[in-house]
Design a protein around this ligand. Structure first.
Ligand code: GAR
Length: 205
């Protein structure tokens, strides 16, 4: 599956996906990496891996739709069949989503539907939950609201800081995102409305 990845930050999830691909354990081809932030570490990681990287700085555009139009054209030119958001800190507009006719996945550092949006780990600490985790889900038109593919829990410890909880969750994210993408690429993800069923070996035709 020809895959594009959008990332706004340091790109550790991007790197984990690249590494898993390179080791032959993820049957996708990462053909393009994009970011809304010129200095994003993710862009450098892509270049180091020999993957073409493009920046779509929001300040270059008169309005958000123009930026998204460029992203849509970029995906079309790259014949993209799968889009992965890996720490991409912008919500794709309903217009943009309506123009994409292939799966879009996101990873979020909480057990959704708890703590959507920014600073999910801080929200979890402030709420006082004892368990948090991460979620890989299909992107829909809402904020972190699409059908859930995989989730995994991690404990929240009383001595945790935002940094220590983020690191514990991140270690799981790096494995879980590849696991979800692999299931999708192997045709093992069946979606009916909000419900996502992971097909077992014996259910595959
Ligand atoms: C990750 O924790 C990811 O789950 C989160 O941003 C971080 C990106 O780290 N995404 C969101 O909060 C999206 N709502 P990375 O740049 O090292 O992959």
């Amino acid at each position: 599956m020809r895959t594009a990845i959008l990332a706004s930050g340091r790109g550790s999830n991007l790197q984990a996906l690249i590494t898993t691909c390179q080791s032959g354990n993820l049957p996708i081809e990462i053909v393009a990496v994009g970011s809304d932030l010129p200095g994003a570490g993710a862009l450098m990681l892509a270049e180091e891996a020999g993957i073409p990287a493009r920046v779509f700085p929001i300040s270059n555009y008169q309005h958000r739709q123009a930026q998204e139009e460029d992203i849509l054209i970029w995906m079309q030119n790259n014949e993209v069949e799968l889009l992965l958001l890996a720490g991409y800190m912008r919500v794709l507009s309903p217009y943009c989503m309506s123009q994409i006719h292939f799966p879009v996945l996101n990873i979020h550092p909480s057990l959704l539907p708890a703590f959507p949006g920014l600073h999910a780990q801080r929200q979890a600490l402030d709420y006082g939950v004892k368990v948090s985790g991460c979620t890989v889900h299909f992107v829909d038109e809402g904020l972190d609201s699409g059908p859930i593919i995989l989730q995994e829990a991690v404990p929240v410890l009383s001595e945790d800081t935002e940094e220590s909880l983020s690191q514990r969750i991140l270690a799981v994210e790096h494995r879980l995102y590849s696991d979800a993408v692999r299931l999708l690429a192997l045709g093992k993800v069946e979606r009916t409305g909000r419900r996502v069923h992971i097909l077992q070996q014996e259910e595959l035709g």
